[in-house]
Design a protein around this ligand. Structure first.
Ligand code: AMP
Length: 402
């Protein structure tokens, strides 16, 4: 089903207090932000609301504080960086209870176009349980709620879902809209042929993704550690490769499903093997490439082989839409990153719509310098996987339809 949510372009926020859930969960080292991508990614929505004369109240979580407030998880450094990037003052409402005296006073004093940042929403224990009174306290600050934190949209928390019990005027921000357009609508109504590529360690982590994408795509490519359980399900010897014996039947079921639906399911035809898993993971390693059905019992498959690289690249060439999630091998090791790099290259070279589903594949694409060659790189690893499973994400579901 195509999603058609109210966006920040559809609402009038002039003179109104707007609570915006952003994703400011940036990496910090000794109180210093080591990568501000998430802050810059939130700027278009924030600037739009400022330009429209809204009073912009930002909230986000940062890290995983266990027992309430912890200095090292304070959003204070984010407020400083955000002010620099916006070129205007950002008032940081530093309340341990998030909605406390400082937040209330700061919001009270706001003029149109002002920006206030609240403290880490996870300083409140109710947040991750979506419990009152935090939701109503957050909601009491504003008249409009804008959701722009895709990375948190798969969780029903006070700041992503609970607030909408009290604020009925809701919209998605530009970041969310882009995720919905690409991950949601491109997968639901793709320009065909639609090729989905899955990799990563375990079949068990991607059961529903495999099943759902098989229904949506024309060709499903499976590489990475999870491919060996499929190969074993076909009766092949996979040696010491990563295998989940409890999922052999599941893999057989998926292969039958592909056949029944008339979908192509591409598995590795050759594989890069070594005597052992690299230790350390990026340490030197001796490898050879063998056909997929020739893995010796004492060897371990750690990447796709050269013939498989060509096979997968060929499938990508004929695609009009490509979705990719998960590396093709132990890409942390330069010797075992070749399969992942070849897929990234194939995606970079095609004119198809290319969508990278967060996590390791997003990191690989960015690291290899291919980021600007992709149509969309999702900002949410867990959220994008749940979206590809066909699940309804609570943080999207609560926002009003057009
Ligand atoms: P995931 O978090 O499921 O996307 O899996 C990513 C991890 O899978 C990476 O750390 C890779 O090193 C690992 N991986 C990929 N291929 C293999 C393989 N053939 N054997 C073991 N681990 C693998």
């Amino acid at each position: 089903m195509k999603l058609n949510k109210v966006t920040v372009d559809d609402i009038n926020v002039k003179g109104k207090k707007v609570l915006v859930r952003v994703d400011f969960n940036v990496p910090l080292k000794d109180g210093v932000i080591t990568n501000d991508n998430r802050i810059t990614a939130a700027l278009p929505t924030i600037k739009k609301l400022i330009a429209d004369g809204g009073k912009v109240i930002l909230c986000s979580h940062l890290g995983k504080p266990k027992n309430g407030p912890e200095e090292k998880f304070s959003l204070a450094p984010v407020a400083v960086r955000l002010a620099e990037l916006l070129g205007q003052e950002v008032v940081f409402a530093n309340d341990d209870e998030v909605v406390g005296a400082n937040a209330k006073a700061a919001v009270e004093a706001m003029k149109d176009g002002d920006v206030v940042l609240l403290q880490n929403t996870r300083f409140r224990k109710e947040e991750t349980k979506n419990l009152e009174p935090f939701s109503s306290e957050l909601a009491s600050l504003a008249e409009v709620f804008v959701m722009d934190a895709f990375g948190s949209a798969h969780r029903a928390h006070c700041s992503t879902a609970g607030v909408t019990e009290h604020i009925k005027d809701t919209a998605v921000g530009y970041l969310m809209q882009k995720e919905i357009d690409y991950l949601g609508n491109a997968v639901e109504t793709p320009v065909r042929p639609f090729v989905a590529i899955l990799g990563g360690a375990k079949v068990a982590d991607k059961l529903n993704v495999i099943s759902n994408l098989l229904e949506k795509c024309d060709t499903l490519i499976i590489g990475g550690g999870m491919a060996y359980t499929f190969l074993k399900a076909q009766g092949m010897e996979v040696g010491k490769s990563l295998v989940d014996d409890t999922k052999i039947d599941y893999c057989k079921e998926m292969m039958e499903k592909a056949e029944k639906l008339g979908k192509k399911l591409l598995l590795p035809v050759d594989t890069t093997i070594a005597a052992n898993f690299p230790d350390p993971i990026d340490g030197p390693i001796d490898v050879t490439v063998v056909d997929a059905d020739k893995i010796p019992a004492d060897m371990e498959g750690l990447d796709i082989g050269t013939k498989t690289q060509e096979l997968f690249a060929e499938a990508v060439k004929s695609a009009k839409t490509v979705v990719w999630n998960g590396p093709m091998g132990v890409f942390e090791n330069p010797t075992l990153a070749k399969g992942t790099i070849s897929v990234a290259k194939a995606l970079a070279e095609t004119d198809a719509t290319t969508i990278i589903g967060g996590g390791d594949s997003a990191a690989a694409v960015i690291q290899l310098g291919f980021a600007d060659k992709m149509s969309h790189i999702s900002t949410g690893g867990g959220a994008s996987l749940e979206y590809l499973e066909g699940k309804v994400l609570p943080g999207i579901d609560v926002i009003a339809d057009k």
